[in-house]
Design a binder for this molecule. Structure first.
Ligand code: SF4
Length: 159
C-alpha cells in the first residue's frame, strides 16, 4: 500500500501553536486507499507544547532564520536536523498533504517577518520540514490542505 505523509494537525487535535482546530474531516476518507503516516514536526520532533509561542522566519545575512518569538532562540538548525532524522527513519513515502502557511510544514507560503518583534510580512518561505521532505523525496506529489479537491487526481485514488 502506498504511504502518504500528513501534517498531524489536519487529522488530530490539538497540535497547532494556538491550539486552533484545523482538522479536515473528509481527509481520512479521501486517503482511504493509502497508509497514512502523520507527524507534527513542532510537537513531536522539537518537543514544543500546545499552545506555544509562534515561530517566525526572519532574514539574516542573506538567509532565513527560524526564531522562537518569546525567547528569540534560533531553532533553524535543530528543526532541519530533527526533520532529516525523522525522514531517514520513516521509510518510503509516496506523497504528502501538509498544512499551509506553517514555518514547519508550509509549501512556500510561510510568512517571513522583518524582525522577530515585527508583524509586517516581507516575503514567503518554505517551511523547514517541508523543505527537507522535498529534498529527501524530490519526485513525490506534495499538496497543501487548500488543494485537497485535487487529491484524487494528484494521488491517483480510485474515488
Ligand atoms: S502545521 Fe505542521 S508543525 Fe504546525 S501544528 Fe500542523 S503538523 Fe504541527
Amino acid at each position: 500500500m502506498k504511504r502518504i505523509l500528513v501534517s498531524k494537525c489536519l487529522l488530530e487535535h490539538p497540535f497547532r501553536y494556538d491550539a486552533r482546530d484545523v482538522r479536515i474531516p473528509e481527509l481520512r476518507t479521501l486517503l482511504k486507499d493509502f497508509e497514512i503516516v502523520t507527524v507534527c514536526p513542532e510537537v513531536e520532533l522539537l518537543g514544543l507544547p500546545v499552545p506555544r509561542p509562534r515561530l517566525k522566519f526572519v532574514p539574516d545575512k542573506g538567509t532565513l532564520k527560524l526564531l522562537k518569538e518569546d525567547t528569540k532562540e534560533d531553532i533553524t538548525q535543530l528543526l532541519e536536523e530533527k526533520s532529516r532524522e525523522f525522514l531517514e527513519k520513516v521509510g518510503e513515502i509516496h506523497g504528502a498533504v501538509l498544512k499551509s502557511k506553517s514555518p514547519s510544514c508550509g509549501l512556500g507560503d510561510a510568512k517571513v517577518y522583518r524582525c522577530v518583534e515585527c508583524e509586517e510580512s516581507i516575503g514567503k518561505a518554505w517551511g523547514i520540514f517541508a523543505k527537507e521532505l522535498r529534498k529527501k523525496f524530490p519526485n513525490i506529489p506534495i499538496i497543501s490542505e487548500k488543494d485537497i479537491d485535487l487529491l484524487p487526481q494528484v494521488f491517483k485514488t480510485k474515488s
